[in-house]
Write a protein that binds this ligand. Structure first.
Ligand code: NI
Length: 383
């Protein structure tokens, strides 16, 4: 039987294979095929592929009956041209594993192999290989397709590697760890006119500029200084030539926060400011506000279990409890809206940041991740 340390070579091979063959949201067909082949070779035969267009869920029974828990990895890549010069560089131009989901997949495969060989626990461990974490909300799709209705899973655990956080240190938060992610579009309709006769029109560009300025007051004047909110305008589109005041302007942007009341407030204020300013200028604003990912909010009890497990693996001095959250977003949030759980960061040491074309997952965290997952199983389902 393998010890966790002896799984490292296998995991590196798997990780490099996945890295060389990146696939993006809901197109992870070969990645899923690879995962299924591996799981079957470990003797894990109860597999489900119907919770999302891609992705796979595996069931590992312990040698005694008991409760159900789940371990989750994301498997998708990004639309980025890889800059690394490595043997196992992306073979698909324009696609790249730049968020380390290749490593997360290898780590969960290693965990599955270890658990399937030992089965020294009371209950069932569900391994979730989730597609489309980036942009498309594969986590939401799996939840909506009944992942947590079909199986009586009581808690779900996830890990994300974090470059430029201390190598093989765990960062574990009680409560909010990642922000919500919403997008908005404001379509302003004024009245087009000759640039020489602005008084005959309603200038949509001037109105757009006032709205962008007005939106800045949501963070500075509507939000409690001790809360966190980002309102960013990231696009303005209007006009085609020099001598026309355009009839339409479009503003797009994003809203991020750690708390649903602040999120509600931001949505309301964006609508009020845009429609109010547009009507002041006798124009019209239509607002499309879309909630993409909720905030990722860890549960207290599972955060405590994670802390106990991580402490056993790396020791107390490599444990950072309640670090400041990130304003990035993560679709593990949808799973935590459905059942309890915890999402932790595993420090990957110095290197290029996530989503950078020079990023590469640090293989030195693979066994730490497996040890943590196995210890979670011991804590939750130990006999
Ligand atoms: Ni990621």
């Amino acid at each position: 039987m393998n010890t966790i340390a002896r799984l490292k070579t296998d995991m590196i091979t798997w990780r490099h294979h996945i890295h060389a063959h990146p696939e993006t949201a809901f197109e992870e067909t070969n990645t899923t095929k690879f995962i299924i082949e591996k799981l079957q070779s470990f003797g894990i035969t109860e597999l489900y592929t119907d919770f999302a267009p891609t992705g796979v869920v595996g069931i590992i029974k312990g040698n005694q009956d008991g409760r159900w828990i789940a371990l989750r990895a994301d498997i998708d890549a990004l639309d980025i041209i890889e800059e690394n010069k490595i043997e196992y560089c992306s073979t698909i131009h324009g696609k790249m594993h730049a968020c380390g989901h290749d490593g997360h997949t290898a780590m969960l495969l290693g965990t599955a192999k270890y658990l399937a060989e030992h089965r020294d626990f009371a209950g069932t461990v569900v391994v979730i290989f989730q597609p489309a974490e980036e942009n498309e909300g594969g986590g939401r799709v799996m939840v909506e397709n009944g992942l947590f209705d079909r199986f009586p899973i009581e808690a779900v655990y996830g890990i994300h590697n974090q470059p430029n956080m201390q190598l093989n240190h765990f960062y574990i938060t009680h409560g909010a760890i990642m922000a919500s992610y919403d997008v908005f579009e404001i379509k302003i309709t004024g009245l087009g006119a000759h640039a020489a006769a602005p008084h005959l029109g309603k200038d949509s560009i001037l109105i757009a500029a006032q709205i962008v300025t007005g939106l800045q007051s949501i963070v500075s004047r509507n939000t409690d200084p001790l809360s966190s909110l980002v309102v960013s305008v990231t696009q303005i589109h209007s006009g085609d030539t020099w001598n026309v005041l355009p009839q339409q302007a479009v503003i797009r942007g994003t809203v991020r926060t750690l708390n649903s009341q602040v999120q509600d407030m931001a949505e309301t204020r964006i609508k009020q400011i845009a429609t109010g300013i547009a009507s002041t200028f006798e124009a019209k604003a239509e607002i499309d506000y879309q909630r993409r990912y909720p905030a990722t909010i860890n549960y207290q009890a599972q955060a405590d279990i994670a802390i106990t497990a991580a402490e056993k693996v790396v020791g107390q001095d490599r444990l950072i409890i309640d670090p400041l959250p990130s304003m990035g977003a993560e679709d593990f949030a949808f799973m935590l809206q459905k059942i309890p759980g915890v999402y932790v960061w595993l420090g990957a040491g110095e290197g290029a940041n996530l989503h950078n074309p020079a990023y590469n997952f640090n293989d030195e965290v693979l066994t730490t991740g497996v040890e943590y997952f196995v210890e979670i199983v011991n804590q939750e389902l130990g006999k």
